[in-house]
Design a protein around this ligand. Structure first.
Ligand code: FCB
Length: 395
């Protein structure tokens, strides 16, 4: 029996995502770098050179283009652009303009994220998102970056504001267990919404720009009888941010896993469940569920899947996971949900917030030489990028 194939619309966009701190290396002016190298750090290992993508970005973009994918989501590192308050680096700005130009050279549409977890150390150490003037400071940075975005259509203001609020402004840490998520900080949540709105206003003067933010969406399930508890749990951790994005040009959905909520909050993953290298339950339908939920809560704002993937050392499992996730996405689109595209997390194995162990990459790399090692999943997804037809290679 052959597995089903799924045909996506011709204009559906296929690509892959990364984030600056996780791939560039030596992001020395950021709060994360300071935390990684603090004597009493709580992290398993520091980011160091990461994948050296700060220097090797052209090769990464070329590999993406050669595979058949057509979009690259990457982030601009605020800590490089403004290493000291009010001191802006023109050279760093031009570095990111060169990344955009390189995308265009290879016919790749860039999607640019302006803030992906890391903050300039000066801002973080002055209170970061807790500061009353956080939105002013963030929009000042975006004003500075705006000139290099003049021909960029897709811009994400803030990555996973809900994770930022949960982790006090960017300290996600190496404990990936979803069941241990703390409560979000309500002041940070409000300031992030304000910063997003201000960023959108700054960006709105760019002709044709589509701006949105990207939300960590879990497929929440209520243990029967705990529906109210689930709603109370989900609202401040997710829906608050989705509601704030209603009416944006798009909402970025980032989905990986599901969480069951009982009377006392999250219920541990059953011991016999398959787990990925992040410790998360292997659950590909999370994407379709998250897309449905975001479409409702976001009052039918168009969706872009800006992250979805799996940390595994078995590339064939990556294909299995992605195939099943895309089946759920296809079915959501058949239900009438507008989805512009799908970006896989991640183009490269990368620094997963405290550890290099969870390997999410369509491309691996040699730890000594940084030589890129594309995996079969890259070719598989790239072909989908060309045909729009999702087929499993062996099922
Ligand atoms: C998301 C983050 C991204 C990456 C993936 C696995 O929460 O946006 O940086 O760590 O999870």
């Amino acid at each position: 029996m052959t597995a089903q194939s799924y045909k996506f619309p011709q204009d559906f966009i296929w690509g892959a995502s990364t984030a600056a701190h996780q791939i560039e290396g030596n992001n020395t002016n950021s709060d994360w770098w300071a935390r990684e190298y603090a004597p009493q750090t709580d992290l398993k290992e520091p980011s160091g050179d990461a994948c050296d993508s700060y220097n090797r970005y052209e090769e990464d973009i070329r590999l993406l283009a050669q595979s058949g994918l057509t979009m690259y989501r990457f982030s601009i590192e605020w800590a490089r652009i403004e290493p000291i308050e009010g001191v802006y680096s023109r050279a760093q700005l031009l570095h990111y303009r060169a990344v955009i130009d390189t995308c265009h050279k290879y016919n790749i549409e860039p999607m640019v994220t302006l803030h992906h977890m890391t903050l300039p150390l000066w801002f973080a150490s002055q209170g970061g998102w807790l500061r009353d003037d956080a939105a002013d400071i963030f929009s000042r940075y975006i004003e500075y970056v705006k000139p290099i975005l003049h021909d960029v259509t897709w811009v994400c203001t803030i990555n996973e504001p809900n994770m930022v609020a949960l982790t006090q402004g960017g300290t996600e840490g190496s404990d990936f267990a979803a069941s241990s998520l703390p409560s979000p900080d309500s002041i940070i949540s409000q300031h992030l919404v304000e910063a997003h709105k201000r960023a959108r206003d700054v960006l709105s003067s760019i002709e044709g720009v589509k701006a949105g933010w990207t939300i960590a969406c879990q497929a929440f399930h209520a243990i029967p009888g705990c529906e109210a508890e689930m709603e109370a749990y989900q609202y401040p951790r997710e829906d608050y941010f989705t509601e704030a994005a209603a009416g944006d040009d798009f909402i970025g959905v980032q989905a990986y896993l599901r969480t069951f909520i009982g009377k006392n909050g999250p219920v541990p993953i059953p011991t016999d469940a398959e787990r990925t290298l992040t410790g998360w339950e292997y659950f590909p339908p999370a994407l379709g569920i998250a897309v449905h939920h975001t479409w409702e809560v976001g009052r039918h704002t168009p969706i872009f899947v800006t992250e979805n993937g799996i940390a595994t050392s078995d590339d064939s499992r990556r294909i299995d996971y992605t195939y099943d996730a895309l089946a759920g996405l296809h079915s959501a689109m058949n239900d009438g949900i507008t989805v512009h595209g799908y970006l896989h997390w991640s183009l490269l194995d990368n620094y997963e917030w405290g550890s290099y162990k969870p390997t999410f990459g369509l491309i691996g790399w040699d730890k000594e030489t940084f030589e890129r090692q594309p995996r079969p999943s890259l070719g598989w997804l790239g072909e989908i990028g060309q045909t729009g037809i999702v087929q499993h290679p062996t099922r």
